[in-house]
Design a protein. Sequence first.
Length: 114
Amino acid sequence: VQLQASGGGSVQAGGSLRLSCTVTANRLGINSMGWHRQAPGKQRELVAAITRGGVTRYADSVKGRSIISRDNAQNTVNLQMNNLKPEDTVVYYCNTDVLARLFWGQGTLVTVSS
């Protein structure tokens, strides 16, 4: 199982970014997909997740500013982040649950300047 993330970058506060992640695996085995983020010296925390059936959940810190979506046919998960704040500046990791095992992609850095 491989995950390839893209879409990080630099943006000014109030701007938007779209993170994408493609999973290389047998699509029938892919269950939940999502995004976490991790600041230096802190634990990795959930940003958003989506089940195979489309049920979503969000961290309170991004609720109302972010939308997670997935394309089961393409094995992709996307995270649209709007109204970005400087505190959103961290490395974001996509992840997926394949047959009850958790896999992670490489991180992608999001930098929000004030």
